[in-house]
Design a protein. Structure first.
Length: 278
């Protein structure tokens, strides 16, 4: 077999494997979507079938009447505000750790402390966050779910790696021309990290939108519930409302899918930008 034929066979095999993996990933979402239109007596009917025999949107009307858009508003506020603050703080911290790495010898030690924080089990962090938020008087307040997670080592790492690929002479030249640090960061460095900003925006929005444990611990008033807590509320002592859970779950993933579709082309560039070291 010639080299060209081997390459063709290899490409076909890789493509088929990729399609199989993609199908395995997307099939549960397809099943979720079609199941949300099934009446209760079809959900667990045997044999199982993908398409609803008697499709109905009654469960969607039900979750709307239950006030799901209020929960959407709460989740959207949490995700948007958390993402904005996360991007700003990560960009500033990553910029400082990269640009001042020669002027301040301890920047690497500071970054090491951030990395060590990732080794702490999430359960311990959640307990500590709950204690601090309660002491601050933010229990049952949406800001109590935002402030503890506005800093992320992932975001700081992404910006730091990207800014380390930018020559230090660029910032030094701007200083010689009379620019202060705020101007250098806001007008020069931040725009150069646009790919990282978009990538972190996507990741951060998904993290905040899908956050479950912290809102579950901090939010006790139903009017403050996020969409994830609202879905959980359909599991009660008298049983599980599967139709409402399926419909609410479908609606909850729509914003993430829309954002990912429109911004996914920037993810590869953003991740590639963080992998270059100066």
């Amino acid at each position: 077999m010639g080299e060209s034929a081997k390459r063709t066979v290899s490409n076909v095999v890789v493509t088929l494997v990729g399609l199989l993996v993609a199908f395995l990933i997307i099939f549960p979402i397809i099943w979720l979507l079609f199941s949300s239109f099934k009446p209760s007596n079809e959900l667990f009917a045997y044999p199982l079938h993908l398409f609803p025999q008697n499709p109905t949107a009654e469960s969607y009307f039900g979750v709307v009447e239950d006030g799901i858009f209020v929960y959407f508003k709460n989740s959207l506020f949490l995700a948007v505000m958390g993402t904005i603050i996360t991007v700003i703080t990560s960009a500033m911290c990553g910029y400082a750790l990269a640009i001042y790495r020669k002027e301040l010898s301890y920047t690497n030690k500071v970054f090491a402390v951030f990395l060590l924080g990732t080794l702490i089990p999430g359960e311990i962090l959640t307990i500590a966050q709950f204690t601090v938020v309660s002491e601050m008087g933010l229990y049952n307040n949406i800001w109590g779910c935002i402030l503890p997670v506005v800093t992320t080592t992932t975001g700081i790492f992404m910006y730091r790696q990207h800014y380390m690929s930018i020559p230090l002479e660029l910032a030094e030249s701007a200083r010689i021309d009379g620019a202060n640090e705020a101007l250098i960061f806001g007008k020069i460095m931040l725009p150069l990290g646009s790919a990282v900003t978009i990538t972190l925006t996507i990741f951060s929005f998904m993290w905040r939108w899908n956050d479950y444990i912290l809102p579950l611990m901090l939010l006790s008033d139903q009017k403050n519930f996020t969409i994830q807590i609202a879905v959980k509320s359909y599991i009660g002592t008298m049983g599980v409302d599967w139709n409402s859970i399926l419909s609410a779950s479908v609606l909850s993933i729509v914003p993430v899918i829309i954002i990912f579709i429109f911004l996914q082309k920037y993810i590869t560039g953003g991740i590639a930008a963080t992998g270059v070291k100066g």
